[in-house]
Design a protein around this ligand. Structure first.
Ligand code: PMP
Length: 376
């Protein structure tokens, strides 16, 4: 099999697996005072340092959660008067933002998939004066889009938020390990990451919360994570997260260079085999591992199924929303035509991807996407 769906979930790294197994075998509750409890605490605090180092935060700013979905929910549920977001954000930002009762200010998106900050500035300034409290207005911008890989102007957004005195959240799930950044440099008040996109285990993530920020807890009771997230910690998950973070930090730059070469090879091959294909976001900066390809006339689901039958795992739409067959909401938010949104697939590479995977992909792609239009 050729696995090219790293943006949905990356295979577990051997170092993460080892850390998970070692922690699973260590008994004890990290809140207990005995030796077993202290051992669990040591595992958690070691991982906290590794995760903090990866994102350029201090360990005290790392709050472990059940994943990025919980971390995003925690931020969106914090009682904002207004939240400014683009429709290309992940559902784990959009759904809780919409359910929060806050006024939603729409951040526009270009057809290349980049958010337009300047256009939202006036609406944000108005919201600040209407609500008479800049600190209850939130701007949320993802670091890189999960479908297109398009890099968003988060540092600029951070500057704008600072100028306006409003709060700023970054969903960095698809950016971390792929783009160099420091939490302290991008002007974010909060930032979300997920272990399983880095080769850590599924079901664990972190919310980075700047020291001194009084963001309320979403999960209460027990007072763990400095009262920011109650519940006995997922020690094994956290240990695996830390081990993956440490490896990713060492590899980041080299890995992006390598993946860029493979992605360029893949896209050149696609254009050679199927010249009618459209590569989304090709004109703007993208993370190195992601390619979003539309093949007008060939429904996305059919392409994904045909590729799967040929041993290639790719996706159409975010895995979390792709239970529903239908339009790709990210591409629709970019204003792209239904012939594109309905025929797009996402190919995402990662640490285990080789030249042979690209060759296998192209052979299957030629069969699945070549020739005349498919019936749905
Ligand atoms: N944000 C983005 C941009 C994502 O791609 C994902 C994963 N699909 C999430 C949030 C949710 O992460 P998790 O699986 O850890 O809940």
């Amino acid at each position: 099999r050729t696995y090219l769906d790293y943006n949905a979930s990356a295979p577990l790294r051997p170092a993460a697996r080892e850390a998970v197994l070692a922690a699973l075998d260590a008994p004890g509750n990290a809140s207990s005072v005995h030796a077993e409890g202290r051992r669990a605490r040591t595992i958690i605090e070691g991982a906290r340092e590794q995760v903090a180092a990866l994102v350029g935060a201090t360990p005290s700013e790392v709050v472990f959660t059940s994943g990025a979905t919980e971390a995003n929910n925690c931020v969106m549920a914090a009682g904002w008067a207004a939240i400014c977001v683009a429709d290309i954000e992940h559902d784990s930002v959009l759904a809780p933002a919409r359910a929060s009762g806050a006024e939603i200010i729409k951040l526009p998106v270009s057809t290349d998939g980049v958010v337009g900050l300047a256009a939202a500035r006036e609406a944000l300034a108005e919201a600040v004066s209407r609500h008479q409290d800049a600190r209850r207005v939130l701007l949320s911008v993802m670091m890189a889009n999960n479908e297109t890989g398009v890099i968003q102007p988060v540092a600029k957004a951070g500057n704008m938020a600072r100028d306006l005195g409003i709060q700023f959240h970054v969903d960095a799930v698809q950016g971390v390990g792929r783009l160099p950044f420091q939490f302290s440099d991008i002007g974010a008040d909060t930032l979300t990451i997920s272990a399983h996109k880095l080769g850590g285990p599924r079901g664990v993530g972190a919310l980075i919360v700047g020291d001194g920020n009084n963001l309320p807890a979403l999960v209460r009771g027990g007072g763990q994570e400095r009262r920011r997230r109650g519940g006995t910690e997922n020690v094994a998950g956290i240990a695996g997260f830390g081990a993956a973070a440490a490896e990713v930090q060492r590899e980041c730059e080299r890995s992006s260079e390598r993946l860029q070469v493979l992605r360029d090879m893949l896209e050149a091959g696609v254009m050679r085999e199927t010249p009618a294909a459209v590569i989304i976001g090709r004109n703007v900066a993208r993370i190195a591992n992601t390619s979003c390809i539309a093949m007008p006339g060939k429904p996305s689901e059919t392409l994904v199924i045909r590729m799967d039958l040929d041993g290639i795992a790719i996706s159409s739409g975010a895995a979390c929303t792709s239970g529903k067959i239908g339009e790709n909401t990210v591409l629709a938010a970019m204003g792209l035509d239904a012939s594109i949104t309905g025929s797009a697939v996402r190919v995402s590479l990662g640490a285990g991807t080789t030249d042979d995977d690209v060759t296998a992909f192209l052979a299957a792609w030629k069969k699945a996407a070549g020739g005349t239009a498919l019936a749905a």
